[in-house]
Design a protein around this ligand. Structure first.
Ligand SMILES: *Cc1c(COP(=O)(O)O)cnc(C)c1O
Length: 825
């Protein structure tokens, strides 16, 4: 890679070779030759991608080391972000941009006439080590931590199989394995010397294809670190994302638990490696399987051992732990950290209980991500007994002391103590992981204001009364480097041309766009960037999936996990309402619109999968009906992932954020659309409320019941009333139930009927359908006035500055972690 002159980026430290203009191409050729034993002219696309990535990694290595050396020398407070998911997506283009070397990379690769730059970028697999928002948040956070130069490390698992690849066959979701590591990943660096031992109190055996834990054979797993560079914007700080891969010791003690069974020992090894084989594909619902439990335990054990070892290298006083270490738990998945940190402080450091407890609580902090009761994790005590009995012992003692505290503070309130207990005693004994996380940490935060409020007042009200000072809000954000600068080059370029480039690291600068909302030239240039993004997307869609869309229509997108609470059903019901209007009077005017849907359903979530089928079938029927063809169109884009989001969001005019109020903790997709100039139609839920505050409600299309109304109308809400009294609602439902969209598979949508009518429509689709249709009507009318529309779109972008993850991370650093930047010179 070439040297560069941009002043805020350090020259490749101490590497004159890499800093010379010619060397980037040389390094690239060398990697092709030496890594793949292939002549540059014979190299495959994949080999070229790897060579480019490796050249870039060579370039950043010294800086990466310098970051570590500086942190070791300065001994600052470090932040550790523990997450079972990091939904990274592609890395190459973002590293190039954050390192500030794009012009050189482009220039040098252009000297190779066989090199199609965009194809090289597309060749990189999308690292899908997460399900959705929670995992993507973790990825945005570590990027912001590096950009803000905070000494930080992400800890996660190196799943060999990420989130499944989704194919659509006959309208149905088909899950295919995502073996993203089938070819070596050029970004990861294995660090075998820092391998960690994870004690496990049982042995795993295969019986008829089922993994069983057999008690009584204490053994251990190995956690092998695989490090990935996390490049901050400007290339100053390069932090590390450390993903643990599971392995087993090379030399089994055959005598200990088997009769010199060589094959059995190999099988054990293979079983050990299954621990990090695959990501659980459940979003907002808990899997509950034993293997998932072991995964969570494995992440916690490996990460805490690593954190404590690093702390001990530079500090000999355990009392400094919480001054030097902050550990953030991304949801309850790593909440075993409460017990495991206590175990380390009691058993290894030999501290007394009180000191160990104080350090644990001061070091840990917990982020809650959901208001869905079925997503609150509970683990059977039985699992703890089998895998980590010492941890269980400690959790019991934590709880014994805690319940005694509760009883002392509320002596006359017995139900309270059993509500708050970390242990659930009804039925099979279980550990309530959220209770454990709240009791064992000094901070519990929600991810948007309304979510934090509902947490405090409803979900864990008992805890908020007992520890009011622990509860706080940190509204989510997304990194503007990936979601604006890299994903939408034209729009980012126009912004920079108009207000300078300070917005890249201070998104509140976008406020300066406000006066330009009234500037005719700026508006028309905004429209040009949007139009070309739509055309690019239409081209890409046609060449990759064969689906044809018209970029002259409104692009309306609902892209997110498929879930009842997110209400893709509400969206498709409205489409059917429009279709019925066209059927009854083809002469009415409806602005031509393309409704994009994308998202994966958990493989075991039958109703969500049926919703995918309904969307696809509605799309097909509407396409085939002359009355609707060319006027409204429904497109289900398969395999939603980060790369697809990066493509579709810049091309979108209308962002659908229509969850049942009170159920979307924050949302982050909503923010990505806002900074890319889409208008939002949405409910008063999650961060959408704060987005509307920032942009002004008059620039939003808000509709439907608010969270309080949803809660208050539960007792008397009747979906039947809407069916009987709203003709458009009834006609839309009847069309589904009369098999208009399922002629060749009659009756398949019965479960949707049951959910909406017979089982009470828990997510209140029918309650909101008419006000949704009304808001859509107004939106369509506004679109007919391009200047009025564009004005609002620009005002929205100008108001999106709050939703940078830099702002979120700055708040965590100041209010939870007490961490400050540690500049690398
Ligand atoms: C941003 C993002 C999400 C989260 O979207 P929501 O609309 O907030 O649920 C999920 N998946 C991917 C790939 C994303 O980029």
């Amino acid at each position: 890679m070439a040297g560069h002159t941009k002043s805020n980026i350090a020259a490749a430290p101490g590497d004159p070779e890499l800093a010379s203009e010619a060397s980037g191409r040389e390094s690239y050729d060398r990697h092709l030759l030496l890594d793949h034993v292939v002549r540059p002219e014979d190299a495959s696309q994949r080999e070229r991608f790897e060579a480019v990535a490796r050249t870039l990694r060579d370039f950043l290595t010294q800086r990466w080391l310098l970051t570590q050396q500086t942190h070791d020398r300065e001994n600052p407070k470090r932040v550790y972000y523990l997450s079972m998911e990091f939904l990274i997506g592609r890395t190459l283009i973002n590293n190039i941009i954050n390192l500030g070397v794009e012009p050189y990379v482009r220039k040098e690769l252009r000297t190779d006439p066989r090199q199609d730059w965009s194809e090289v970028v597309e060749t990189e697999p999308d690292a899908g080590l997460g399900n959705g928002g929670l995992g993507r948040l973790a990825a945005c956070f570590i990027e912001s931590l590096a950009t803000l130069q905070i000494p930080a490390m992400g800890y996660g698992l190196r799943y060999e199989y990420g989130i499944f690849r989704q194919a659509i066959e006959n309208g149905y979701q088909i899950e295919q394995p995502d073996h993203w590591l089938a070819q070596p990943d050029p970004w990861e660096v294995c660090q075998p010397r820092q391998t960690v031992q994870v004690p496990v109190a049982c042995r795993f055996e295969l019986h008829d294809g089922v993994l069983r834990a057999v008690p009584g054979y204490a053994t251990h797993l190995l956690g092998v670190p695989y490090d990935r560079p996390v490049v901050g914007y400007g290339g100053q700080t390069i932090n590390t994302l450390r993903l643990w891969g599971a392995s087993s010791p090379d030399h089994f003690d055959f005598g200990e638990f088997s009769s010199g069974d060589f094959v059995g020992a190999i099988v054990d090894r293979i079983l050990a490696e299954t621990v990090t084989r695959v990501l659980y594909p459940d979003d907002s619902t808990r899997a509950g399987q034993a293997l998932r439990f072991v995964q969570e335990y494995f992440l916690v054990c490996c990460s805490l051992a690593d954190i404590v070892a690093r702390f001990r290298r530079t500090n000999d006083d355990w009392g400094l732990l919480s001054e030097k270490v902050a550990i953030q738990l991304n949801d309850t998945h790593p909440a075993m950290a409460v017990g495991e940190l206590m175990r380390l402080l009691l058993d290894e450091a030999k501290l007394g209980w009180d000191e160990a407890w104080e350090l644990t609580v001061e070091t840990l902090a917990y982020t809650n991500h959901t208001l869905l009761p079925e997503a609150l994790e509970k683990w059977p005590v039985r699992f703890f007994e089998l895998v980590c009995p010492r941890l269980l012992e400690i959790v019991y003692e934590i709880n014994r002391r805690f319940v005694a505290d509760v009883q002392q503070r509320y002596p006359d309130d017995h139900p309270r103590a059993s509500r708050m207990s970390v242990i659930e005693d009804s039925g099979e004994r279980q550990i309530r992981m959220a209770n454990l996380a709240i009791v064992g940490s000094h901070s519990t935060n929600g991810v948007a204001q309304i979510h934090s409020d509902l947490l405090r007042t409803r979900v864990v009200a008992d805890f908020a009364q007992m520890f009011p000072e622990r509860f706080n809000n940190k509204t989510n954000g997304v990194t503007p480097r990936r979601w604006l600068l890299a994903a939408n080059r034209d729009w980012a370029g126009l912004i920079t041309e108009s207000i300078g480039d300070a917005w890249i690291t201070d998104l509140s600068e976008l406020r300066q766009l406000l006066p330009l909302a009234d500037d005719q030239t700026f508006r028309s240039r905004f429209r040009q960037t949007k139009q070309s993004a739509k055309e690019r997307f239409a081209d890409w869609l046609r060449t990759t999936t064969g689906q044809v869309v018209d970029p002259e229509t409104i692009f309306d997108s609902q892209i997110k996990r498929i879930h009842e609470y997110k209400r893709q059903l509400l969206n498709i019901l409205h489409v059917i309402v429009l279709y019925n209007r066209l059927r009854s009077d083809p002469s009415i005017s409806i602005p031509p619109r393309t409704f994009f849907f994308a998202g994966k359903a958990a493989p075991a979530y039958r109703l969500a999968k049926l919703i995918i089928k309904l969307i696809n079938n509605v799309g097909r029927v509407i396409d085939e009906d002359p009355v609707s063809r060319g006027r409204i169109k429904v497109v289900f884009v398969p395999n939603y992932n980060v790369s697809l989001a990066e493509r579709l969001i810049p091309a979108t005019d209308v962002s659908e954020q229509i969850s049942t109020a009170g159920y979307e903790a924050s949302g982050t997709g909503n923010m990505k659309f806002m900074m890319n100039g889409a208008l939002t139609i949405g409910t008063r839920d999650g961060a959408t409320i704060e987005m509307a505050e920032e942009a002004g409600e008059e620039n939003f299309f808000l509709f439907g019941l608010n969270a309080e109304q949803v809660a208050n109308s539960r007792q008397w809400y009747s979906p039947h009333w809407h069916y009987e009294n709203e003709p458009e609602t009834r006609d839309a439902l009847d069309l589904i139930f009369n098999d208009h969209f399922s002629r060749d598979e009659p009756g398949i949508f019965t479960p949707i009927r049951e959910s909406l009518l017979d089982h009470g429509d828990f997510f209140m689709h029918l309650a909101d359908l008419s006000s949704y249709a009304e808001a859509q009507q107004q939106l369509g009318e506004l679109y007919a006035d391009p200047d009025a529309w564009t004005r609002k779109a620009i005002i929205n972008v100008a108001g999106s500055g709050k939703f940078s993850s830099d702002r979120t991370i700055a708040e965590y650093a100041a209010e939870i972690w007490n961490a400050v930047p540690c500049p690398i010179d």
